[in-house]
Design a protein around this ligand. Structure first.
Ligand code: 13P
Length: 340
């Protein structure tokens, strides 16, 4: 894999009208999602749920890549076709979550550091052989009294940089994901300050570690008030402050920013992404890498019932289509009625 192939994969992931489906829930997280619809999280239930998602007719019109979990990248359809093959045949790029989760950062109460660097080179070689062409590593930054500390931001930035360098060595495009959490009663400007510190620390570390900025993607939060803040922000304010904070800190050579949806409703996730793209051209593509905002309605329609597979797929397709439009600034509220 050459540098130009990395750049091509990164650009393909953020091509017009498309974004990424995050279906890389760890065992603990998928259990939480299944609990909500009263489905037991057995390996077969997880496999058949993901088969429902990945075999959605025409999914490739609006989805460029899918992030898988270690268990899922090894799974196949009931008929025996590996998921990686199902996706690749549609022109959807398979990706893999490679971090081992956020753990308490020693000496810094309330803060976390993401683990998973030991043995990563060997794991990436295996994932490449299994068909993955991009990867994801999530770091968590919490806003609170006296946090985040510089130590937490730096520790996570350097872990992300080491991960990203290993990915590029192995021929996988690294998605670097620092998530500033929505928890707390802070206002939107505090989230903006923390997000800027986080992004700026991350790009400094990536540069020090000789990571090529045109062969990676940034996955991150939108700039939002804390969920317990008394005044929530409107969509234009969120779009403007998010784009400004990114412009202050993210190099234009980086091909794209793909947002996560955690803590937003699926409609908010679509409308806010649309508002940013309506603002005009930006130095990078602004797209999505949604988990909950793409899967919530599909899970509700599916309910673990094989007879409701088509309903689950219709729900996923609809959200993918709406977000594909939002990613180009073409989304309208009327589109929601089209599916129902
Ligand atoms: P959400 O969109 O549900 O936040 O998930 C995206 C993701 O991959 C978080 O790491």
């Amino acid at each position: 894999m050459t540098q130009s192939e990395l750049v091509k994969t990164a650009l393909d992931l953020v091509s017009p009208g498309k974004g990424i489906l995050a279906a890389d829930e760890s065992l603990g997280t998928i259990k939480k999602r299944f609990d909500r619809i009263n489905v037991e999280s057995t390996e077969e239930a997880r496999r058949s749920y993901r088969e429902m998602l990945f075999t959605t007719p025409n999914l490739e019109r609006h989805i460029s890549g899918v992030i898988l979990f270690d268990e899922t990248i090894r799974h196949a359809t009931a008929e025996g076709t590996p998921f990686v093959e199902v996706l690749s045949e549609k022109g959807i790029i398979p990706g893999i979550k490679v971090d081992k989760g956020a753990k308490a950062l020693a000496g810094f109460p309330g803060e976390k550091i993401t683990e998973g660097l030991d043995g990563l080179r060997e794991r990436l070689i295996e994932y490449y052989e299994l068909g993955a062409r991009f990867a994801k590593w999530r770091a968590v930054i919490t806003i609170g009294e006296d946090i985040p500390t510089g130590a937490c931001i730096d520790a996570n930035a350097y872990a992300l940089a080491r991960y990203a360098a290993l990915c590029q060595e192995a021929g996988l495009v690294p998605i670097v994901e620092p998530e500033v959490l929505l928890d707390g009663d802070h206002d939107i400007s505090r989230c903006g300050q923390v997000s800027e510190r986080t992004w700026s620390g991350l790009f400094t570390a990536l540069h020090k570690h000789r990571v090529a900025s045109d062969g990676l993607l940034l996955k991150t939060n939108m700039v939002l008030p804390g969920k317990d803040h008394p005044r929530q922000a409107d969509v234009e304010e969120i779009a403007e402050i998010t784009v400004n904070s990114l412009r202050n800190t993210v190099p234009p050579s980086m091909p794209g920013v793909v947002f996560l949806s955690g803590g937003m409703t699926y409609l908010e996730a679509t409308e806010r992404l649309n508002a940013m793209n309506v603002m005009g051209d930006h130095p990078w593509q602004l797209s999505f890498s949604y988990g909950r905002a793409l899967q919530e309605t599909a899970l509700d329609a599916w309910q673990g019932d094989p007879a409701k597979m088509a309903a689950g797929q219709a729900a996923l397709y609809h959200r993918a289509k709406c977000n594909g439009a939002a990613r180009d600034g073409r989304y309208t509220r009327e589109m929601e009625a089209e599916a129902s």
